[in-house]
Design a protein around this ligand. Structure first.
Ligand SMILES: NC(=O)c1ccc[n+]([C@@H]2O[C@H](COP(=O)([O-])OP(=O)(O)OC[C@H]3O[C@@H](n4cnc5c(N)ncnc54)[C@H](OP(=O)(O)O)[C@@H]3O)[C@@H](O)[C@H]2O)c1
Length: 228
């Protein structure tokens, strides 16, 4: 399948490697291709810049956000949540038809320092995936994978021998089947379909818990599990 990853950060990089390894054709989207490929400064997590990373992964195509959105049969929103709507505008997402958009982003507010708060928890607001679905009714938005680190997203066996939970929310049953098969290809077994896109806000609202747990767990991989 042709998959467009809209975002070049650690999530985009991790998903690109995992999806390419499964045989998908991957194109990553960025604002300025030349600038991103020339970047050398490590990112905020001390990981190599996109330019340095791409030298080792040059089979992954790179284009503008709109090149990538036109290329992919399935799109992944791996942009910073506070700019995701702006990024999708740059991607001309309103004119790409009814493609599946896998939304893994979180809309975090770092203005008061660490840990950030989630704007999805604002009582008067709406969730990010809901805002995306409302702004782009042509897209079939499926929220998933936002409740774990990038490394766990593509390798669930890092936690409890693979026995943890990934949530999925979206309005379109076929889109969820497509996403489910991608999740299964990563090794996910406990995939919990929470319902339509309104349920995505609930998983976005888990972020304050995840971020506090991260403060306790540090680099140890962890995840949520719905025990039954
Ligand atoms: N880090 C994790 O383990 C983790 C886990 C779960 C969910 N998430 C979520 O996954 C998403 C990606 O996280 P990340 O750490 O990989 O990357 P990030 O730093 O949050 O986002 C990087 C991307 O955002 C784009 N961007 C920034 N400002 C922009 C603007 N004004 N207009 C358009 N695009 C803009 C960048 O474009 P350029 O390529 O042009 O620079 C880049 O591609 C986030 O929403 C994050 O909350 C992260």
């Amino acid at each position: 399948m042709k998959i467009a990853i809209l975002g070049t950060g650690m999530v985009g990089q991790t998903l690109a490697v995992a999806l390419a390894a499964k045989g998908h054709e991957v194109m990553m989207g960025t604002r300025d291709v030349a600038k991103s490929l020339a970047s050398t400064e490590p990112n905020g997590y001390g990981m190599p810049s996109f330019g340095v990373w791409h030298k080792d992964h040059n089979s992954v195509r790179v284009g503008t956000f709109s090149d990538a959105a036109a290329f992919g049969e399935v799109l992944v929103n791996a942009s910073s949540g506070g700019v995701s709507l702006e990024m999708l505008n740059q991607a001309k997402a309103g004119s790409v038809g009814n493609k599946v958009l896998i939304d893994v982003a979180n809309d975090l507010d770092f203005s008061k320092g660490m840990p950030p708060m989630s704007r999805s928890n604002d009582v008067a607001g709406a969730g990010l995936a809901e805002k995306i679905q409302t702004a782009y009714p042509n897209l079939r938005v499926v929220k998933t994978l936002n409740t774990m680190s990038a490394f766990v997203m593509v390798n669930p066996s890092l936690v409890s021998s693979g026995d943890s939970t990934v949530f999925m929310s979206g309005n379109d049953a076929d889109a969820k089947k497509t996403v489910q098969s991608i999740l299964q290809s990563f090794g996910w077994k406990d995939i919990m379909d929470l319902g339509d896109i309104t349920s995505s806000r609930a998983v976005e609202m888990l972020m304050p818990v995840w971020l506090r747990a991260w403060g306790v767990m540090g680099q140890t991989p962890f995840n949520f599990k719905i025990a039954r």
